[in-house]
Design a binder for this molecule. Structure first.
Ligand SMILES: Cc1ncc(COP(=O)(O)O)c(C=O)c1O
Length: 395
């Protein structure tokens, strides 16, 4: 490799990402190092993925041990790591069954297929699925059709038909478009890509009531909000409501590709042998990592840590909002999924923070998104807040 990684990637990889000019070579906990030896504190964790932190020793050990033992045999046979993760997910959620796949889009694609079968088998062929404006559900043709953002759909029409998009957080808007053809509602309990938006209290319980009264499925996309991110194991726990179906991915295997569709017993029965499948889903190595992730979340106190540090972080950001009222319009979010809404483009601040050694993201054009590894410390937060204070003062 004579050229550096950035030159080679720009030359040989399709141009679908706006990449920052950094080549990361190593991580440890919340810390990252680039090829020039610069050190950064990671407040994005991939994009809400590396919840246990980079190079978590238990994950590394489980992955290496499993890779040396057995990597792949397909889903035509049973494997032990898959069994353990399925048990942990079901025992700690509303669900009775899980289907494993490899990404968030694939998990949502599975949920959409399940909803289609539900409509056919239980609702006289109903097949409309209600989703939300500004939602994000993935980049497959089905999930981008479900997604409520023109920029994600642009150029890919004709889209998969029969999605109805309504404003997020507005129960009346859902009621207004409801007809006999609706078989499911798919919604993020907190909007992630759509700008870190927490819905009003009665919204999700209201959706559940509405779905139950019509016999339709309520499906939560917890790809970004699930697995401790918001200070609860699943974000819907904040709202005292359960879905019929829930999708997970991102943090499930701390950076290895894993996704899951969880469902209650009635919804889960829609799938039978041959009706849905994937070659790689729940492979032993990925599931070995997922087992460690779930053990740390469920039995290791990581969710409680995320909740406590999330409160602390939000209070610090609110302090900055009070100090810079002309720039910061709102602090939003739950746990360690937080957004700083600005009355200017977020991009320049994201770049400035990176120059100061902090990796953060943007959600929509004017919101800085923070989604650090859940192991983030108050010291990490104090450092970020001091840097942000300086960057805001410079504006
Ligand atoms: C809420 C939500 N759903 C689905 C996805 C798609 O996940 P993936 O990129 O793993 O396909 C994302 C990714 O950002 C997401 O935030």
């Amino acid at each position: 490799m004579e050229m550096d990684a950035a030159t080679l990637v720009d030359k040989y990889v399709m141009n679908t990402y706006g990449r920052a000019p950094i080549t990361f070579v190593q991580g440890q906990g919340t810390q990252l190092w680039d090829s020039q030896g610069n050190q950064y504190t990671d407040f994005l964790a991939g994009i809400a993925v590396v919840n246990l932190g980079h190079a978590h020793p238990e994950v590394t050990e489980a992955v290496c041990e499993q890779a040396a033992r057995l990597v792949h045999v397909s889903n035509l046979y049973y494997t032990e790591p898959q069994a353990r993760v399925a048990e942990l997910l079901v025992e700690n959620s509303f669900a009775d069954k899980v289907f494993f796949c490899n990404s968030g889009a694939e998990a949502n694609e599975g949920a959409l297929k399940l909803a289609r079968l539900w409509g056919k088998n239980k609702m006289k062929g109903a097949f409309t699925i209600i989703t939300m404006e500004r939602s994000f559900h993935g980049r497959t043709l089905g999930t981008l059709s479900a997604t409520g953002q023109d920029k994600i759909q642009k150029g890919y029409d004709p889209l998969v038909p029969r999605f109805k998009h309504v404003p997020y957080g507005d129960l009346e808007a859902v009621k207004a478009v409801w007809d006999d053809n609706v078989c499911a509602v798919l919604v993020e309990p907190v909007l992630g890509e759509g700008g870190v938006v927490v819905p009003p209290d009665g919204y999700l319980p209201g959706l559940r009531e509405l779905c139950d009264s019509h016999g339709a499925l309520l499906m939560f996309d917890e790809v970004q909000t699930g697995l401790g991110r918001t200070g609860k194991l699943f974000a819907h726990e904040h709202f005292g409501v359960k879905p019929h179906v829930m999708t997970l991915a991102k943090a499930l295997a701390n950076g290895l590709p894993a996704g899951a569709v969880l469902a209650d017993v009635e919804a889960a029965e829609m799938f039978g042998p041959g009706s849905h499948a994937t070659t790689f889903g729940a492979g032993p190595v990925v599931m070995a990592a997922a087992g460690v992730v779930l053990e740390n979340l469920v039995n290791g106190g990581l969710v409680e840590h995320a909740e406590a540090t999330g409160y602390y972080f939000k209070a610090q950001l609110e302090g900055l909002a009070a100090k810079y009222p002309k720039v910061v319009t709102q602090v939003r979010g739950l746990g360690l999924l937080l957004g700083l809404a600005l009355n200017m483009a977020a991009g320049p601040l994201v770049v400035r923070l990176r120059e100061m050694g902090y990796i953060v993201g943007a959600a929509q054009d004017t919101v800085i998104r923070f989604a650090p590894p859940l192991v983030v410390t108050q010291g990490d937060i104090d450092g970020l807040v001091a840097a942000l204070d300086q960057a805001l003062a410079e504006i």
